[in-house]
Design a protein around this ligand. Structure first.
Ligand code: HEC
Length: 134
């Protein structure tokens, strides 16, 4: 009979232990799901795009070394691979979203293919669109 009360008490104490700092909590809200917008047709601002944390991480880890932080092709490996400048108006205005997605999943020229979840690929397409005109 006494045992459950002890457990509840212990749980209460553990919770109290990590109460003080509110800082770390902000980043991990589940609200990413709500923010998901259907279309990838966004303007130059690229202000949204749903699961942006994961997409951002993927861009930084998998794409930036060649394409550079702003997609200019100026990452550390950009010159060696001749990575495309993704901001070019002539390219942005003719390429379709599906073609960008296909490049990511199938590779192109010296760009390797990437096996990524659909959501991430879609987010990367939005990310690539955001480089337009920069
Ligand atoms: C190893 C270097 C490298 C990495 C890493 C890389 N790319 Fe590329 N990317 C290239 C090169 C080189 C091209 C030019 C391909 C060509 O036109 O032959 C290119 C072209 C592109 C294009 C334009 C394709 C077109 O239609 O002309 C897009 C979009 C693109 N990359 C997106 C990405 C994304 C998103 C990632 C990360 C998931 C990524 N790239 C990672 C080297 C890379």
């Amino acid at each position: 009979m006494a045992l459950p009360a002890v457990l509840v008490l212990a749980a209460g104490l553990a919770a109290c232990d990590r109460a003080p700092s509110a800082d770390g909590l902000k980043e991990w809200t589940a609200s990413d799901h709500d923010g998901e917008k259907k279309s990838a047709k966004q303007g130059p601002k690229g202000d949204g795009g749903g699961a942006s944390g994961l997409v951002e991480l993927t861009w930084r880890n998998q794409c930036q070394s060649c394409h550079g932080p702003e997609g200019r092709g100026d990452g550390p490996q950009g010159a060696m691979f001749k990575a495309a400048d993704l901001g070019r108006e002539d390219w942005q205005s003719t390429v379709k979203d599906e073609e960008i997605a296909a490049t990511i999943t199938a590779g192109k020229g010296r760009m390797p293919k990437f096996e990524l979840p659909d959501e991430v690929v879609k987010g990367l397409v939005v990310r690539v669109r955001s480089f337009r005109g920069q």
